[in-house]
Ligand binder design. Structure first.
Ligand SMILES: Cc1cc2nc3c(=O)[nH]c(=O)nc-3n(C[C@H](O)[C@H](O)[C@H](O)COP(=O)(O)OP(=O)(O)OC[C@H]3O[C@@H](n4cnc5c(N)ncnc54)[C@H](O)[C@@H]3O)c2cc1C
Length: 363
């Protein structure tokens, strides 16, 4: 079993090894019907096929950092993905392509690429979970997302019963989305990333990161500096897992940032006129992205806002909902999420959508 993935020992969840709360960063989730562990790509395919032969539903779980699992748990087979490692599969003077096993802990991979002078993942430092889950929601932070470096995904196609290679162009990458999200069809076995041989980061795109590094947006910085600064910024927001810090017992951002058509955006601005200029970013197709954290805060749900059973908004970041006692139920967390979503809708007329995958629960 990996030493990186959470098997929390704190909190009041039951000690039954099949209780999924042990395997999620929220420390939430009822029992698995059956729990299997896959330590290689072959084993992963085999475990999924065996579950299908038993006519059982399958839930793939790696770091458990982007799932909310209901209190009833998952009655089928849960496969814990614990394959490890990466290797260089192609290289030239300027680039190196690494093939990474699905269960490889993401931040270990980022650390290894930074150490080797391979640029492209450094701003994604400190994100929990596995490499194989990064294509699922096109993981991104601080101006970088994996869609920029992924060249292909090897997956088991459950519909066809075959292992296939999916080129990046066919992955349907979008903001926090891809063909893999909300789909039971694909089991990601490994992911190929093409990285640039360079001691420097790509151009820093995120203003907050540039400020913290003391450079201008568009400048490049040593890879190690980018990584250390991103990790420091993230830690200050409770966005790096820390068993001692209940502000990190979350799924990171609970809601995605809403993207509005221009007309809806202008309506929203009128509605929010009393609150000054809301933060926004222009997006392709004349759309505008808003800050979900700003909306939540201005709708009256500030840091530390507490719901039933002690579930609460992180004291460090408005977008993170936490099971901060470790003893709450999924029902309580979902109730808090619902209250926030409805409050934002009432105040601003904007629907918020959850970022994590909800399993046997709904908001
Ligand atoms: C403190 C914190 C901070 C975070 N910050 C960020 C951030 O900055 N940016 C960001 O994008 N995300 C962030 N996240 C969310 C999360 O870390 C990422 O989405 C991560 O990639 C999830 O990986 P995982 O291995 O934990 O996936 P899991 O939670 O185990 O699984 C998530 C989903 O992917 C599916 N899945 C997992 N592995 C596979 C596979 N091999 N094949 C097919 N399906 C699979 C699961 O079935 C599930 O539907 C954060 C989470 C936390 C707790």
């Amino acid at each position: 079993m990996s030493d990186v993935y959470a098997e929390p020992t704190t909190g009041a969840h039951p000690t039954d090894p099949a209780t999924l709360a042990r395997y999620t960063t929220l420390r939430l989730g009822g029992p698995a019907g059956r729990l299997e562990i896959a330590t290689s790509a072959d084993e992963l395919v085999q475990k999924v096929r065996e579950a299908e032969a038993r006519e059982q539903a399958v839930l793939l779980l790696a770091g458990g950092s982007n799932v909310v699992i209901g209190d009833q748990g998952f009655p089928g087979t849960v496969v814990l993905i614990r394959s490890r490692g990466f290797r260089v599969v192609a290289e030239d003077a300027d680039t190196v392509t690494v093939r990474v096993e699905a269960g490889e802990p993401w931040d270990d991979l980022v650390a290894a690429t930074v150490e080797r002078g391979w640029s492209g993942l450094e701003c994604l430092s400190g994100i929990p979970g596995s490499a194989g889950a990064t294509p699922i929601q096109n993981v991104g932070a601080y101006g970088q997302e994996v869609a920029e470096t992924i060249t292909a995904v090897d997956a088991y196609d459950r519909t066809e019963g075959a292992v296939v290679r999916i080129a990046a162009a066919d992955c349907g990458f979008a903001y926090r989305g891809s063909i893999f999200k909300y789909s039971d069809r694909w089991v990601v076995l490994s992911v190929d990333f093409r990285l640039t041989r360079s001691p420097h980061s790509g151009p820093v795109r995120y203003a907050e990161l540039a400020r913290a590094l003391g450079v201008e947006v568009g400048d490049r910085v040593p890879l190690a500096d980018a990584r250390a600064t991103v990790r420091r910024l993230r830690a200050g927001k409770g966005m790096v897992l820390d068993a001692q810090d209940p502000d990190t017992w979350s799924v990171g951002s609970f809601f995605t940032n809403p993207v509005l058509e221009r007309e809806a955006y202008e309506l929203f601005r009128e509605r929010a006129a009393d609150l000054g200029e809301p933060p926004s970013w222009p997006c392709p197709g004349d759309t505008v992205k808003l800050s979900a954290a700003w909306l939540i805060d201005r709708a009256g749900f500030g840091k530390g806002y507490t719901g039933p059973e002690g579930v609460a908004i992180s004291t460090k970041h408005t977008l993170a909902l936490t099971n901060r006692t470790g003893a709450a139920s999924t029902a309580a967390l979902v109730a808090l999420a619902r209250e926030i979503r409805d409050g934002v809708h009432t105040r601003f007329g904007i629907p918020l959508h959850p970022e994590p995958v909800l399993i046997n629960c709904a908001i």
